[in-house]
Design a binder for this molecule. Structure first.
Ligand SMILES: Cc1cc2nc3c(=O)[nH]c(=O)nc-3n(C[C@H](O)[C@H](O)[C@H](O)COP(=O)(O)O)c2cc1C
Length: 204
């Protein structure tokens, strides 16, 4: 089942905690892939990917990725052909953030990269630096960027274990991405992760 086109809040199915692939196999298979089939991700795939990025794993609120001082500066969005959704970590839900298709505009903001334009979904990891700076001051910049790497690697490995492919994208115009996604002023986009099923015979 794909994400419904008309709903403002989409409750995601609980993440599956047992997969078909070992961590070792996912590590060995992970590679940047930049061509995708047009097949949309299922709600279940999206649930697994978002949970891998920032899902809650402990009753006190700990998440799948570590965070300096447990201050959790990251916000995750998923860009789909019919809208942009924010991941509500606590409720494991999608909250509609924008309606309409911004994939082409997002690809333009990412220097025209075909992998962003072609993917059926793009996860965006943004950060609110103040959350970490409130405790760690000027050290926050370092910590937040380390945390983005943790979250992104979780997604890349989860994608492999789901039979999906992805590529981490850091080459984009920050301000353009912020505008295209209408991010709040205090959220900085740090990483784009186009994700989809592999192109059949290497062709989209
Ligand atoms: C911080 C960072 C930024 C990257 N940005 C891009 C990008 O903008 N576009 C792209 O196609 N690949 C990007 N990559 C992917 C690298 O090109 C890729 O990881 C590298 O060629 C090694 O290949 P592998 O990922 O298959 O091991 C980025 C990787 C990292 C770690």
């Amino acid at each position: 089942m794909a994400v419904p086109t008309d709903e403002e809040v989409v409750k995601l199915p609980p993440p599956r905690l047992i997969g078909k692939m070992s961590v070792e196999e996912a590590l060995a298979k992970r590679a940047s892939v930049r061509e995708f089939s047009r097949e949309p991700l299922s709600v279940s795939d999206i649930s697994q990917l978002l949970w891998s990025a920032q899902g809650v794993t402990r009753s006190w609120g700990a998440r799948t990725a570590p965070s300096a001082g447990a201050l959790y500066p990251l916000e995750i969005y998923i860009v789909l052909p019919h809208g942009v959704f924010r991941y509500d970590v606590r409720h494991h839900s999608l909250i509609r953030h924008l309606s309409g298709n911004v994939m082409v505009a997002l690809a333009q903001a990412a220097l025209g990269q075909g992998c962003v334009r072609q993917a059926p979904s793009v996860l965006v990891i943004a950060a609110v630096y103040e959350r970490t700076a409130s405790k760690y001051g000027s050290r926050a910049e370092r910590y937040v960027k380390i945390e983005v790497g943790h979250a992104a690697q979780n997604v890349l490995l989860a994608a492999v274990s789901l039979g999906l492919v992805s590529v981490p994208v850091g080459a984009f115009q920050d301000q353009r991405v912020k505008e295209v996604l209408n991010l709040p002023a205090n959220q900085e986009p740090l990483y784009l992760l186009p994700v989809g099923y592999p192109a059949k015979n290497g062709k989209p």
